[in-house]
Write a protein that binds this ligand. Structure first.
Ligand code: ACM
Length: 486
């Protein structure tokens, strides 16, 4: 199979040339050209191949062409060298990734001319580190693997009912108490784990992750859930709970009945947390959750109306800190706040509605883009959810299907919720190969014939194997699930 047919995502246009170029096996590729763009490309090449640039290697020339789309690029490989054109450093990075895939393990690149540009500006993945804390070093690895298939957004779900993972210097009880639970009560098939689950990320650690990701073209968007899914917050600061008595009503693993009170004292703490988030994360967007607030979260008070007012308050708060507000789709219901970026998850209908209402919208569609669901009818459903999402489903999913105002759909995002994925290995197996199929639909186009796409996908699984990343096998036996943890 030609390396050109194994590119993932598939570029917009690929024209084979004649001959090959050997880039030298031991890293040391020489990059020159527009300083900013050449640096961006060289950084990606170094991250994957190592080594400083070597003068003797064939030249990779990176030039700016402002007529190209903002993340688009042209890659021209001849037997003499490589020429990359891009409008932005991001375009240069994605060109470098295409070159890396072409080079494979033997560093021999087929001559070719490639023109490429993304379908969507937002190509995202969410990782839930609240339900299960994942090691910071592994988040680096996740960013690296996502960037290799041209993802450019990672939403970091830092708090939920089951855990708070963001170091707060203003309110350290948030991570010290909220970052700890005595036991883990898995929702369904898996037995409860009687060990304490404890952890949070230091502000320095997160800053370094943000920096690392940015240099690979990935923006990290922090998410702190409020006013619902805030059980860990309320365990840490019970004085902020709307109905402290509601704590006994549900297990932390069910959609909870409790919410933050939103009293003046509570809003001061929320404002402090926002200050800390914008200090650590340079993301243009701050995500404040807002999903699944129980109908009687505030007793008899109208929940919908109160949440709508709160979203308006959050918008002012986040904008006054120079950032844009992002929320789950429930949080804008009944509001007139078109400036809010909406992560639409409640089925494809939520995507259509949000775009029609004028919101910039990310299709985070349940169930197809919820990668905690089993990937195949034969896989064990550890959550007992009954939902399925295969890589073929993901490949066929079109975020713009039936959308009346497609200009408002900025992209799509896959979700890696970790209620049932206790370790990085579990998350990797849930992510791949679906995250690769999603990369294809977010960058290139949906509805590619699965048989046409399969060689590229299979080649990508080989790349993951070489990098030591776990994934669901292409063909697994019925009743398959990865060997029990931990
Ligand atoms: C969600 O799945 N509750 C966003």
């Amino acid at each position: 199979m030609s390396a050109l047919a194994e590119l993932l995502p598939m570029p917009t246009s690929v024209t084979p040339g004649s001959g090959t170029l050997s880039l030298g096996r031991d890293g040391g590729w020489a990059v020159a050209g527009d300083p900013e763009l050449a640096d961006a490309a060289a950084h990606v090449l170094q991250e994957w191949r190592g080594g400083p640039s070597a003068a003797a290697a064939p030249l990779i020339e990176v030039l700016q062409d402002t007529a190209l789309p903002s993340e688009g690029y042209e890659l021209h490989v001849t037997t003499d060298g490589v020429r990359i054109a891009a409008a932005t450093p991001d375009g240069a990075r994605w060109a470098a990734h295409t070159l890396l895939q072409l080079a494979g393990t033997d560093a021999v690149v087929p001559a070719c001319e490639i023109r490429d540009a993304p379908r969507f500006a937002w190509r995202g993945a969410l990782i839930d580190v609240a339900r299960h804390m994942m090691p910071l070093e592994w988040l680096y690895s996740l960013v690296r693997q996502l960037s290799a298939v041209k993802y450019n957004r990672l939403q970091l779900h830092l708090s939920d009912d089951e855990g708070w993972r963001f170091e707060s210097r203003l309110h350290p009880e948030l991570h010290r108490i909220g970052g700890r639970r005595p036991r883990t009560d898995f929702p369904n098939l898996r037995p409860a784990d009687e060990h304490p689950h404890v952890g949070w990320y230091s502000q320095e650690g997160l800053r370094a992750l943000v920096e690392y990701a940015r240099a690979l073209g990935v923006r990290v968007i922090p998410e702190i859930s409020m006013p619902g899914h805030a059980g860990a917050w309320q365990r840490a600061m019970p004085q902020l709970a709307a109905r402290p008595e509601a704590f006994g009503e549900s297990s932390p693993w069910r959609v909870p009945q409790q919410a933050l009170s939103l009293t003046p004292e509570c809003l001061v703490v929320i404002a402090d947390v926002l200050d800390e988030l914008v200090d650590v994360f340079d993301s243009p967007w701050i995500h404040t959750g807002g999903d699944e607030v129980a109908a009687h979260a505030w007793g008899t008070e109208n929940t919908r109306a109160k949440q709508a007012r709160f979203t308006g308050w959050l918008l002012d708060q986040v904008q006054s800190r120079g950032r844009a507000l992002a929320v789950w789709d429930e949080a804008v219901e009944g509001t007139d706040l078109p400036a809010v970026l909406v992560t639409a998850w409640r089925g494809h209908e939520a995507v259509r509605r949000s775009a029609l209402e004028g919101h910039h919208t990310i299709a985070a569609t349940h169930p197809v883009l919820y990668f905690d669901h089993p990937q195949h009818a034969d896989d064990i459903d550890v959550a007992g959810s009954g939902w399925r999402s295969t890589w073929e489903d993901v490949l066929a999913y079109d975020a713009l299907d039936g959308v009346e105002r497609p200009e408002n759909v900025v992209g799509s995002q896959c979700q890696l919720w970790t209620e049932n994925l206790p370790t990085p290995r579990h998350v990797e197996v849930a992510a791949w190969p679906r995250a690769a199929a999603h990369a294809q639909t977010a960058w290139a186009h949906p509805s590619h014939d699965p048989t046409t796409f399969a060689p590229a996908l299979s080649a990508h699984l080989g790349r993951l194997d070489r990098d030591g990343v776990a994934h669901r096998p292409f063909s697994a036996l019925p009743g398959w699930w990865l060997p029990e943890p931990r």
